[in-house]
Ligand binder design. Sequence first.
Ligand SMILES: Nc1ncnc2c1ncn2[C@@H]1O[C@H](COP(=O)(O)OP(=O)(O)OP(=O)(O)O)[C@@H](O)[C@H]1O
Length: 790
Amino acid sequence: MGDNGSEVRVFVRIRPTASFAQELIQYLPDGQTINISQRRDSKRGVVNNQLSSWSFPMNGVLHDVSQEDVYNTVAHKVVLGALEGYNGTVMCFGQTGAGKTFTMTGATESYKQRGLIPRAIQQVFSEVENRQNYSFTIHLSYLEIYNEMLVDLLSSVRGTRAGLGGLAVVEEAGGGVSVKGLSLHSVHNEEEALNLLFEGEMNRIIGSHAMNKNSSRSHCIFTIYIESRSRTLSDARYITSKLHLVDLAGSERLGKTGSEGQVQKEAMCINRSLSFLEQAILALADRRREHVPFRQSKLTHALRDSLGGNCNTVLVANIYGEAAQIEETLSTLRFASRMKCIKTEPAVNEHIDPVVQVKKLQKEIQLLKEDLAIQSNMPNRVASSYEPLSDSQVAEIQDQVQRFLDGSLEEISIVNIRQVKEAFKQFKLAVQQQEQKVRDELSQNYSLVEKPQSTPGAAADKARGAMGTMGEVEGCGFGVGVATSSQRHTDAHNTSKNRTKKGKENQGGPGKQTNSGQVIRRGSAQRNTDQPSDQTSQDHQVPASPSLSCRDQSINESPPPKEEAFEDFKAECGSELNRILRENKAVLLERRAHLRELTDSVNATKRQIDQAAVTLRQRQDHRDSQGQFVGSDGEPVLDEAEVTLVLKLRDLKAQYRQDYQDLCGTRAEVSYCQHLVDQCRVRLLTEFESWYNESFMLPEEVQGVLRAGGTIRPGLVPVEKALALEEDEQERFERMRYKLLDESPSAVSFYNAHIRTVRRRSSNKSQAGSPRRNSTPARRMKLPPILSVT
Ligand SMILES: Nc1ncnc2c1ncn2[C@@H]1O[C@H](COP(=O)(O)OP(=O)(O)OP(=O)(O)O)[C@@H](O)[C@H]1O
């Protein structure tokens, strides 16, 4: 679709009939040729068995084909083309009652039998939905041409303003045509568009007729106007297209219709306009003809740019399948085959939005001015190019940035502002790629889930409120948020001023002078209130992320010992994570203690049961050896001590079952808590490693890039190492003890099942955003109040 120099595509649709004239209408197995035979003298009513035959090559013959298949064959590609910016026209032509309206509009009361127009509307809106990168504007109009009069079928729609002086076809600059005064209706969804279609259908002029009791006595053109603009490119270009769906009036001869009076006049008008249509088509099909008589009728004039222009045009020739209509069928097919010879030159209707274009050019001028200013201030001025960068120049800059990042290039020499901007773009790309890589690596080891809005972010939210400008502040996420350019500038400025050695800060007192003569303090706890006011205000600034914050305050030339840095990190940037870790550990310990109590209680009950069972057995053995006491009903009689023992045993077993259930539930909780504590620990260490590397290990230039809004997180800690770190004796013991509890196979299965349930529930819960109620008793299923950090 849309190739230069395509032909009008023509399809024949045969109206279904019980008496299909097989001997007169044949179509070849290729589905693209229809042969018509006619008895020589049938016109004069003389019976003559001699046949004349004609063969019509078409693009498809549609016989006994569903509405859906007709749409897919005939219109689907044209509609797609319209969404790409090509004009499209689908026209139904044929004898009265042959099925033009059925094909074009279909049965409005039956969804399955809906025709090309409702299906085209559906496709347009579903494509609009799928093409999220473009914003579409859709309008509709519905024009009727009745007795050479132009009628707006949607003028009855509320809010439509009647055009002064009636409707008129006007020619536009560039060769197109439009109908002046025709109302255009903006539609936003399928339903709105269908409402307008049905409204227009109600307004069509229908006349009763010998051939069709609901004959449409006019030509109707339903038009969908599409405009699309890219959402992603700040482009002045946009595309438009018109999709005409044309239902022509019946092409019957007057004698056949038995019409008189007004209906006869209508028929004459219809025939005249169709014959002008035929003349226009003959002229279009003949490439030697220079003049095409479009203006002879309103119909040809209105369809001027839909017939032979830049449009994808499709004709459906509707015919009867009966022998009685064979003459009209022949004339319809002759018309169709002439139409098939017309060449069209589909082309995208691309436009430039002047307002956007002016803005773009103004920006371009500004850029060039900046460039000139830089050039004139440069010591070694080189000839500057004002052209946009070529692909090879971009590749060169990309290469320089890469080499600069890996250290093989000392510095990137500044040539012009475009090159500077491109270099920044490449830095950003490198950072994004690195971030993605880290994410991918992380997600191999951990499952990353969205952090809940509350908990650790609360303090950060507060800070955000105070700052009001620095973008996303996050306690535990991996991004660093985006600072405004002015803030980035301030950060960069501050950082260069703040550079110092950690050892110096820890000496207390007034602090030592850095190379640049600034006195630096790390962290709020050590902040010197005697600092100059501008320094104080810098210290109070809350950065976009904890890691960025600490990095800005603690850049060092020789890194401090990790243990010491870790303590600082926990007290400052990682304080929120550390608090969660501590709280989670406390919950874990409490749950473990409870588990221990329950285990002891279960074991004690078990011992009591064993004890009671042994005693009972001894008493029974003793009684057996003495001979049995039997009651009047013949049942053995137990002594009082035995009865007490049996009752005690029953109570103990009930107690045991109860405790055992609690034990299993608590065990699952402990496992869940352990999992979260591990996660917290990994997270804390990971954040620390990143912070440490970014703060102390990266070259100054890279830190500069990071401050500009990127995230590079090298040196992530392997999970095993993270798990091994920070586990104190108590925890190690608890872990071993917990493992021992689970050694029997059934306990493992039970545990696994529980864990799965708990995980499912917690993931459901986080997805739903609110805790879900469950019919299972809360005592067993309730999770401990533990904070999840992922
Ligand atoms: N393919 C088909 N399947 C089922 N019914 C059909 C089909 N084609 C036409 N019909 C029925 O034939 C009748 C006439 O069809 P329709 O009104 O579409 O003809 P038309 O060509 O538009 O006539 P006119 O030129 O008089 O408006 C309608 O009742 C329609 O439901």
